[in-house]
Design a protein around this ligand. Sequence first.
Ligand code: HEC
Ligand code: HEC
Ligand code: HEC
Ligand code: HEC
Ligand code: HEC
Length: 383
Amino acid sequence: MLLVGFLLGLWGAVTVLAQRLPPEFWRQPLAFQGEAPRAWTPVERSLKPEDCGACHADQLEAWRTSLHAKAFSPGLVGQLLTYGDEEAAACMQCHAPLAEQRQAFETARRNDQAHLPAGQGLAAAGNSCGGCHLRGHRRFGPPQRDTGAVGQSDPSGPHGGVMRVADFEKSEFCAGCHQFPQNQAVNGKPLENTVVEWRASPAARDGKTCQSCHMPDRKHLWRGVHDPDMVRSGLTPEFVALPDKVRFRLTSTGIGHAFPTYVTPKAIMNGVALDEAGKPLPGSEVSYVIQRRVESIDGDWVERSDTRLAPGQAATLEMSWPKSGAVQLWLEVHPDDFYDHDVYDGLLRDLPGASPAAKLIAEADHRAESSHFRLFETVLRRP
Ligand code: HEC
Ligand code: HEC
Ligand code: HEC
Ligand code: HEC
Ligand code: HEC
C-alpha cells in the first residue's frame, strides 16, 4: 500500500512537472543553444524562422505579419547603435532574445553592417520562433492540439520531438516582455503593467488569457493597438442625439487590460461642428484624450496624467448643437504618439545628421507619424 501510494505520488509529481516550463526558461539573458544533435538535418538545427516554416508554414506566415517579426525595427536599431554592447543586450532581451541574435548583432556592428537588415543576420528576425520555443535546441510547445497531451513526445520524430507544457497557454508566458517588475513602478504602476491589469480584469475571471485574444485558435498574429480591426473589437461606441446636445460614449468592452495598456499610444475622442455645406467649422473642435502621459526628467519617470479606460470603463464627450444642427464624431488612435513626439524628436536633435543611426531614427519617426487611424466616424443631426 505504502509503495503504491509512493509511486502514485511520484507519478503525480512527474505529471505536474510535465505541465511546467523549467524555471530557467525565461531567465534572461538566454543561454546559447549549443551543438544540435549530429543526426539532425540542417533544417532541424537551424534557428531561422524560415527554416521552422519549412514544416510549420502556418505559424511562419502569420508570425511574419506580426510586430514580433518586426521587433528589430529602425527605431530600436537606431538607438542600439548609440549604446554599448551591454546596454544593447538589455534591449535585445525582448526585441531579439536569443544569445545567437546578440552575437549576430555584435558581429554586424564590428563589420559596420549593424544598420543594414541584410548585415544583421539572425538579429533581424526579432522576436522569432526560437525565442519562445527553443532552449538548448530542445523544442517546447503547448499541449497537443485535439488530444491535450502534455510531456515529451516521441524523441525519434523531427527535432527530437517536443516537450508539451500547459504554461504555454497561460498569460504569465508573456510576462517576461510585457510586464515590468513592481519595483520600477511610476505612481504605483510600472510603465508596462499588462499582466497585472489583466489579473484584475473580467476577462481573467472568465478564463480568457492573452493568448485567447491575441492568438485566437493559436494563430501567431499578435494584433494590438496598431491594428484598426483589433482596436475596434475591444471598444463599443454609443452616439446619442439629445434635444440640446450630442453625446459620444466609448466603453472598453473587449480588452483584457487598460485601453491602451502602454504609455506610448494615445487615443482621442473628437467632435467637430459641420457647416450648412457639411464642412468642418474651424475652431469648433472638442476632444477628450485617453492616455497615460509620462515624462522622463533627467532619467526619472513621472506620471502627468492617466485617463486610460479600465475594462468596463467608459469615457464621454458632449457637445451642444451648432446652428447647422450637424456634428461629426470619431475616435482617433495614435499607436506611436510617445515615440513620435518625445523619443524620436529628441534623438533627431542630438544625433549627427548623416549618421546611420540618424537615418534609421528618421525612418522610424516617419513610420510613427503615419501609423494613426480613425474609427467609428459618424455624422449626427439634431432630432
Ligand atoms: C523537418 C520538419 C520540421 C522542422 C524544420 C521544424 N519542425 Fe517543429 N515539428 C515538426 C513535427 C513533425 C512536429 C510534431 C512532433 C511530434 O508530434 O512529436 C513538430 C512539433 C513542433 C512543435 C509542437 C507542436 C505540436 O505538435 O504540439 C513546436 C512548438 C515546434 N515544432 C516548433 C518548431 C520550431 C520553433 C522550429 C524551428 C526552430 C521547428 N519546429 C522546426 C517538424 C519540424
Ligand atoms: C521588457 C521588455 C522590453 C525591453 C527590455 C525593451 N523593450 Fe522596447 N518594446 C517592448 C514592447 C513590449 C514594445 C511594444 C510596445 C507597444 O505595443 O507599442 C516595445 C516597443 C519599442 C519600440 C517601438 C516599436 C519599434 O520597434 O519601433 C522601440 C523603438 C523600442 N521598444 C526600443 C527599445 C529600446 C531602445 C530598448 C532598450 C533601451 C528597449 N526597447 C527595451 C518591450 C521591451
Ligand atoms: C512570442 C512567443 C512566440 C513566438 C515568437 C512564436 N511562438 Fe509558436 N507558440 C507560442 C505560444 C504561446 C503558443 C501556444 C498558443 C496557445 O496555446 O494558445 C504557440 C504554439 C505554436 C505551435 C503549436 C500550434 C498548434 O496549433 O498546436 C507551433 C507549431 C508553433 N507555435 C511554432 C512556431 C513557429 C514556427 C514560430 C516562428 C515562425 C513561432 N511558433 C513563434 C509562442 C510563440
Ligand atoms: C479580452 C481580450 C484581451 C485580452 C485577454 C488581452 N488583450 Fe491585449 N489587447 C486587446 C485588444 C482589443 C487590444 C487593442 C486595444 C488596445 O490597444 O488596448 C489589445 C492591445 C494590446 C497591446 C497593444 C499595446 C497597447 O498599448 O494597447 C499589447 C502589447 C497587448 N494587448 C498585450 C496583451 C497581453 C500581454 C495580455 C495578457 C496579459 C493581453 N494583451 C490580454 C485584447 C485583449
Ligand atoms: C521575448 C519577448 C516577448 C515575448 C515573450 C512576447 N512579446 Fe509581445 N512584443 C514584444 C515586443 C518587443 C513587441 C514590440 C515589437 C515592436 O513593435 O518593435 C511586442 C509586441 C506585441 C504586440 C503588438 C503590440 C502593438 O503595439 O500593437 C502584442 C499584441 C503582443 N506583443 C502580445 C504578446 C503576447 C500575447 C505574448 C505571449 C503569448 C507575447 N506578446 C510575448 C516582446 C515579446
